[in-house]
Design a protein around this ligand. Structure first.
Ligand code: ARG
Length: 414
């Protein structure tokens, strides 16, 4: 029986050439799998037909949008996931959902190998291969661009020689990856990290400096899940889509950063994620009102670790799974509403309300109606500071005045 290979297919030059390239090099039949993760652009039927025209024995296009939003973007929202405190993991989130479908297709079509078009310099090769290994350890991997010399020039030559139905002249100066959670742009003139991005680079967002009236939005959350916008019920997918439009029009969610890749390279990345940044901002705001202090403090560590694991291709890993359980538990009281002002590139919370609020007006107020018993504070502060006073007294006794703490030394000495 002829061997079969499932290829992660985007419809672009590299993966279109990879179909024939893999078939020639291995003698295997190639099954192309493409996914809609809300990237927009070309019609998926067109992409499907192109795969067949390029020699795929089978081409599958899957609508992954709801699944991507519910099972990948939503956990990221609960984690307020921002790699290096900034990047909302756009590409890192889409790889595991694609991996799931690649593995399912391999099982269904009896393939023993999965192929992808990633280079050897990026994170995505790691996310594909580690993800595939975690779901189906028996599957083999092929990476023609990285491992069998399928360079850009050779791909173009191959496409011309076989007259493949792809426009090889339509070459963007950028490498772009986009989905409903956001858009990543790299390479070209952006590789000089002193060069400012030009307006041309952006497509999900308008220029934040352009004058326009502010937009006000109210987002409702139920147990950490966005369930309504301005009172209209929404699914996770439609919440992201609506906010991509409204926050995008205000230039919210642009990001220009130098990022630490897993392979050790620092790389310049420009992102835009208007919906994701607005949702995370609103979610953080509601958490500040509904999550108990120590849980909130600990959660920040979990958020950072979760983001690193997902960035590093470990979506399907025991630690990530265990942290998800923590995030679910931490979300039980995150219900209520946040009002934000979208304007000038920023989403700024201006109001919050919740039946699960821990904000107690009586305790917080400096006006009449104060219920906080200030007489208790004196003893509390006394005991809270006791270890510090004990240590200071010990230092004076044991170390003497020669090594008094910095704070007790007269200014200007030492
Ligand atoms: N650096 C980002 C990440 O690793 C984005 C990668 C985007 N991929 C691309 N082919 N442009 O998540």
């Amino acid at each position: 029986m002829t061997e079969r290979v499932v290829l992660a297919y985007s419809g672009g030059l590299d993966t279109s050439v990879a179909i024939g390239w893999i078939a020639e090099q291995t003698g295997a039949e190639v099954i192309a799998v493409a996914g809609d993760v809300g990237q927009g652009g070309e019609d998926l039927d067109v992409i499907r037909q192109r795969a067949l025209d390029c020699g795929a024995v089978e081409a599958v296009v899957a609508d992954m949008r709801e699944e991507f939003a519910d099972d990948f973007c939503l956990p990221a929202l609960k984690a307020n996931a921002l790699y290096m405190d900034r990047y909302p993991l756009v590409s890192a989130l889409s790889r595991p959902v694609i991996v799931k479908h690649l593995v399912a297709a391999a099982m269904y079509h009896g393939a023993d190998t999965v192929a992808h078009g990633c280079t050897g310099k990026g994170n995505d090769q790691v996310r594909f291969e580690v993800g595939i290994g975690a779901l189906a350890p028996h599957l083999k991997v092929l990476a023609p661009v990285r491992d069998s010399g399928m360079s850009r020039d050779k791909a173009i030559a191959f496409a011309e020689e076989k007259s493949l139905p792809i426009d090889v002249t339509k070459k963007s100066p950028y490498s772009i990856d986009q989905n409903v959670w956001g858009r990543a742009v790299e390479t070209g003139f952006l590789e000089d990290i002193w060069n400012a991005p030009i307006e041309d680079v952006y497509s999900y967002t308008s220029d934040p400096a352009a004058g326009r009236a502010a937009d006000e939005v109210v987002i409702t959350f139920t147990h950490g899940v966005p369930t309504a916008i301005d009172g209209e019920p929404v699914s996770m997918l439609s919440a992201i889509e609506v906010l991509n439009r409204r926050a995008g029009a205000q230039g919210v969610g642009r990001l220009d950063m130098v990022e630490d890749r897993l392979v050790g390279i620092k790389s310049r990345e420009v992102y835009e994620a208007p919906g994701a940044i607005t949702l995370i901002t609103a979610h953080q705001e509601l958490e500040s009102v509904t999550v108990e202090r120590d849980l909130a403090r600990f959660k920040r560590q979990v958020e950072q670790r979760w983001s690193e694991l997902v960035y590093d291709g470990l979506w399907y890993s025991p630690l990530k799974r265990a942290l998800d359980t923590f995030l679910e538990e931490a979300s039980v009281n995150v219900s209520g509403e946040v009002r934000l002002r979208l304007h000038g590139g920023r989403a700024v919370p201006t109001g919050r309300r919740s039946t699960a609020s821990l904000y107690d007006y009586g305790l917080a107020t400096y006006d009449s109606g104060d219920t906080f018993d200030q007489t208790l504070a004196r003893g509390f502060v006394e005991l809270w500071g006791m270890p510090s006073r004990l240590a200071a007294a010990r230092d004076a006794r044991v170390l003497g005045s020669g090594r008094a703490s910095a704070a007790t030394e007269p200014m200007g000495t030492g």
